[in-house]
Design a binder for this molecule. Sequence first.
Ligand code: GDG
Length: 473
Amino acid sequence: MAKTIIVSNRLPVKISKTDNEYMLSTSEGGLATGLGSIYKQGDNKWIGWPGIEIDEKEDQDNVSAQLAKLSLEPVFLNQEEINQYYEGFSNDVLWPVFHYYVSTYSVYKQSNWDYYQAVNKKFAEAVLKIAEPGDVIWIHDYQLLLLPALIRKELPDVSIGFFQHIPFPSNELFRLIPWRKELLEGMLGADLIGFHTFDDVRHFLGAVTRVLPVNASANVLTVDERLVVAESFPMGIDNEKYASLPLQKGVLEQKALIKETFKNSKLILSIDRLDYSKGILQRLQAFEQLLQQHPEYCEKVTLYMIVVPSRDSVPQYAHLREEIDKRVGNINALYRKMDWTPIHYYYRSFPIEMLSALYSSADVCLVTPLRDGMNLVSKEYVASRVNDDGVLILSEMAGASKELIDAVIVNPNNSGEVCNAIIEAINMPLDEQKRRMKQMRQLVSKFNITHWVKVFMDKLKEVKQMQRSMQTR
Ligand code: GDG
């Protein structure tokens, strides 16, 4: 029987080592939830890096056996591979360029590229060990751009879907990468290439038709006489989970505590991974502008800011963290009162119950990335507003802004505009809050993660049928 194989850089597990034991816990992430209905069935599998360096053969066998029980198949990476394929190329070349963060001093190291190719081959070997001609393979994200073509070479008729979770930049930026041609050729090994937004699709098609000798008719490309389709599939969230959590006893208790603590001020929530693409410093600047230029709001608004540690061994990220620490310290030192602190700042992650309590308590959610493929935090806030109140302020640079048009949309680089949006949000009449939130809740509930998985898989089947009917003509 044909099976489905999911492939991503990281497996949906957290592994920790205590003494000589490896402990596994499954991840609660949105993607894992959505794909759970697929990879846990029958002989289906999810292939990826377990997120921890394990060098001893005996330990690898032990972890593989534990993972196999969860339908997961590991690709083990050594420290050099992690440094060069993951940190060096994926996070230091692709991530910044794809998020329009290009420095004139960008370093394109040949050895990082060599490792990127080698690790993509390693993933291909792991897939080819279990894949058969009738199977469906769904590859995720920018760490594995070469993988579709590597698999296609060995299994010409297999169905391959590829989804990119981060933006695809304009060709003027993409073409800066020395290996742009090889990257596109790698992606074109897929039958269906998905992005969050139509703009990403447009940019991808622009790059393909300019960099390669490939013809495009609308969003259909012809690659060596094979049809390849590029399309937008805006990712959804596990709506049911976020809509039911605020009604749980423990969450209600935490919510009551939050309400009591911030009873004298409007609560503005901000949640991101530590990343320059999330616009955290620019957000702080807008919040400071509010306190400075509109002192009447001092003591009346509080920013609750969670920054989740991420990549902080990388110097650029460590520097960003220092800058955030400094900025928050300055603002709090300048404006704080005996019984009011402007910014409650946490550099750590929280259990999902606490996130839910915050999402459902905050009067405003401030989501202002400089560039973001989708941004799931904005959708999780909407899904959590079971009373239809609350205001979402959303950057026009987040993929989610194309769907959540009832948010207060801002340009994150315009601190005056963000500052005014905060004023508008905290003064918004309840009936207008409800009118906007209802529309957004309907959309988030309908186009949820299950829907996203289904439409992608249905389209992949359709593309395969289109290819077959072309061949028989
Ligand atoms: C990439 C793209 C795209 C956050 N803090 C905690 C916590 N989170 C969870 C949120 C949310 C997730 O992390 C963050 O997702 P985002 O979409 O906002 O951002 P990225 O991590 O950058 O994701 C992005 C996404 O892929 C999907 O395609 O939307 O554009 O960059 O789910 O809830 N979870 C817990 N504790 C926390 O403190 N448990």
